[in-house]
Design a protein around this ligand. Structure first.
Ligand SMILES: C[S@@+](CC[C@H](N)C(=O)[O-])C[C@H]1O[C@@H](n2cnc3c(N)ncnc32)[C@H](O)[C@@H]1O
Length: 316
């Protein structure tokens, strides 16, 4: 099994979360527990670390790494979109802080059999929770050309979406597209050679788009953002590290709305965004990794961190 890599923006994330002894903190995207181990160090004595991940391998691996933590550790298998229910299942209603470090782990990308990587030949799977849902191969066999095109535009901002979608449909008529290498090659041949950039594999955006769509990543984030303020105690903080413009936009919009700013489209006469005053935005602009971190860890290059704090209402 490939190892988990260095956690992105680790120190900044902990500074913003400011975990302290006795608190309950949630890592909603546990992965290899890189952030979680650091959070746990600040919670002793008496604190609780709740770790959530939809990937069974992440839970298994993190359980080993957190075995010697000096705090109560509760690991829950599930989707962070259901965080309220997951916390209820262990008798917790409100917490002192929540971290989300979105997307897939480096380990998922480096495990050929998970089918996330165009660099490794494997069945075209891409499910973060490998026990449920449709694989990417099944998805590509079923969708129409226009649906594939829309997914590539919407979730990958792929300018060659039409050509790639057409080529996928042509190729699947000859033989089913079942492996990562087959798809990577189809995409490579669909994009004009002159438009291909040396530093980035031509299938990068296609793989990203299919993964985000297949795992319903943006909708899961939106559902979480809607309940997140309710899950925080006054002064509790939410820290989100995102890697995709749609994710960052959803976080920014939700923080603005929950800090009392209307986010309806310009010209809207009656506000319908549900603005409410529950959070204070801590990071006016997203925090990004410095060059040294990007040199050490390429995955950090597109990371954006945003933080907000639950405001203390006078009645509380
Ligand atoms: C970038 S990795 C987290 C790495 C982790 N911070 C570390 O330092 O090791 C993202 C993890 O979140 C999980 N994940 C992504 N979306 C999720 C969701 N909606 N619910 C639960 N887990 C999710 C993935 O399975 C993956 O293990």
């Amino acid at each position: 099994m490939p190892p988990y890599h260095e956690p992105v923006l680790a120190e900044r994330a902990i500074d913003f979360l400011h975990p302290s002894p006795g608190k309950i903190l949630v890592d909603g995207t546990l992965g290899g527990a890189g952030h979680a181990i650091r959070i746990a160090e600040h919670l002793a004595p008496g604190g609780t670390l709740v770790g959530i991940d939809q990937d069974p391998e992440a839970i298994e691996e993190s359980a080993k790494k957190l075995r010697n933590a000096l705090v109560d550790v509760r690991l829950l298998r599930g989707n962070f979109r259901d965080m309220r229910t997951l916390l209820k299942s262990i008798g917790v209603e409100r917490v002192g802080g929540i971290l989300l470090d979105l997307g897939v782990s480096s380990r998922m990308l480096d495990s050929a059999e998970r089918g996330f990587s165009f660099r490794l030949d494997a069945p075209l799977d891409m499910r973060m929770n490998p026990e449920t849902g449709e694989t990417a191969a099944a998805l590509l066999a079923r969708l129409s050309e226009s649906q594939i095109r829309e997914i590539l535009y919407a979730y990958g901002e792929e300018r060659w979406a039409s050509r790639i979608a057409r080529r996928i449909v042509e190729e699947r008529q000859k033989e089913p597209i079942l492996t990562t290498s087959q798809l990577a090659e189809i995409v490579r041949r669909a994009i004009p050679y002159k438009a291909q950039r040396k530093e980035i594999h031509p299938a990068t955006l296609t793989f990203q788009a299919l993964r985000v769509f297949l795992n319903d990543e943006i909708e899961a984030l939106r559902q979480f953002l809607d309940v997140c303020p309710d899950l925080l105690e006054p002064g509790g903080r939410i820290v989100i590290i995102s890697y995709h413009s749609l994710e960052d936009r959803a976080v920014k919009r939700s923080f603005l709305r929950d800090s009392g700013r209307c986010v309806c489209p310009p010209g809207t006469l009656i506000c319908a965004c549900g603005t409410r005053s529950l959070l204070r935005i801590v990071t006016k602009k997203p925090v990004t990794p410095n060059e040294q971190e990007i040199d050490r860890n390429l995955r950090a290059r597109s990371a954006k961190l945003r933080c907000a704090e639950k405001i203390t209402l006078s009645a509380e």
